[in-house]
Design a protein around this ligand. Structure first.
Ligand SMILES: Cc1cc2nc3c(=O)[nH]c(=O)nc-3n(C[C@H](O)[C@H](O)[C@H](O)COP(=O)(O)OP(=O)(O)OC[C@H]3O[C@@H](n4cnc5c(N)ncnc54)[C@H](O)[C@@H]3O)c2cc1C
Length: 291
């Protein structure tokens, strides 16, 4: 049987495994994290995704949309919150059936993993972190969670190990691809917006608090709470570096987002505890080696 190895069991890796298994491939998926279904915390990354036509097409193709539609929240329009509290609404499409959907990244990943487990040809290996690749001898070197080393020979390899891909880095070191990763001057941080304060806010909307050089974005959750993502400069005026005390943070939020401040009772704790996510542009050419 044809055999493919995928490194990275995130959204792309698991969906890719499902497509390959349907085409008759035997697939091994190696993931550095613990299985998200057992340890769902996903620190440092965007908790929600907006799922649109492209994602739905992929999920439909692997017969997953019935399960996915149970956990999505339609976002029929943008609700744009001005600094003076006025809200403007902008539909995403021209017709009622044109909208995007908020979905928990972890729950979507869990559904994809559940589906993958239904295929005897897909083998999931968690807590295996890829350390290096011997491209010429087709060998992968992993570290398991207990620190032990694990060596694995592959036939064909797909790197689905995210923006900081080890496989891409290895190909670069071998001089087989040219890559560039440029970090943006802004980062992001997840902040929760409590459901007990969202009663007056439009349901089934993507909430946005756009300001000159930064933005708060709110994705609706099925329980009516909202997951906020603050996009802010890393350095300079109104930046993560500048908001380094409780009082600076609170006065910044009261000034810029007065209508939502009271709905963020855990703001200070979350701001100083949750990691700041990086944003980057990755270029890689070619994005394959041989076949
Ligand atoms: C703030 C933000 C908001 C976003 N919003 C949206 C949105 O609304 N809609 C949308 O469609 N997209 C959105 N995206 C983009 C989306 O997150 C990515 O396109 C998607 O996550 C890519 O999936 P992936 O599986 O390629 O990578 P990832 O989701 O990063 O998964 C990579 C996997 O590989 C594993 N891994 C990494 N290194 C190793 C290693 N060395 N060994 C083994 N495993 C490893 C990781 O643990 C992870 O599970 C957003 C991204 C960000 C940062």
């Amino acid at each position: 049987m044809k055999h493919i190895t995928i490194v990275g069991g995130g959204l792309a890796g698991t969906l890719c495994a499902l497509f390959l298994a349907r085409r008759g491939y035997e697939v091994d998926v190696f993931e550095s994290r613990t299985d998200v279904r057992r340890s769902p915390t996903d620190y440092g990354r965007s908790i929600n995704l907006a799922l649109s036509c492209r994602g739905i097409t992929g999920l439909n193709a692997v017969n997953l949309m019935d399960e996915v539609s149970q956990i999505i929240v339609p976002m029929r329009a943008r609700a744009i919150h001005d600094v003076d509290g006025e809200v403007k609404y902008q539909p995403f499409g021209r017709h009622d059936e044109e909208y995007i959907n908020a979905i928990s990244r972890t729950e979507l990943n869990a559904l994809l993993l559940n589906k993958a487990e239904q295929f005897s040809a897909i083998h999931l290996h968690f807590e295996k972190k890829l350390l290096s690749v011997d491209i010429h001898n087709k060998k992968l070197y992993f570290e398991a969670r207990d620190g032990s080393a694990y060596e694995y020979s592959y036939h064909r390899l797909i790197g689905a190990d995210g923006a900081a891909s080890s496989i891409r880095e290895c190909l670069k070191q071998e001089g087989l691809v040219q890559t560039e990763r440029e970090f943006l001057s802004h980062g992001y941080k997840e902040l929760s917006i409590s459901k007990s304060h969202t009663a007056g806010m439009a349901r089934e909307h993507l909430h946005l608090w756009p300001r000159d050089s930064f933005m708060l974005l709110g994705n609706p959750n099925p329980d009516d709470s909202i997951t906020g993502s603050l996009f802010l400069a890393n350095e300079g005026r109104d930046s993560f570096a500048e908001l380094n005390t409780d009082s600076r943070l609170i006065s910044f939020f009261k000034r810029e987002f007065p209508d939502i401040c009271k709905a963020m009772p855990n703001l200070v704790k979350e701001f100083f505890t949750n990691p700041t996510g990086h944003l980057s542009t990755v270029k890689c050419a070619p994005w394959y080696y041989r076949d």
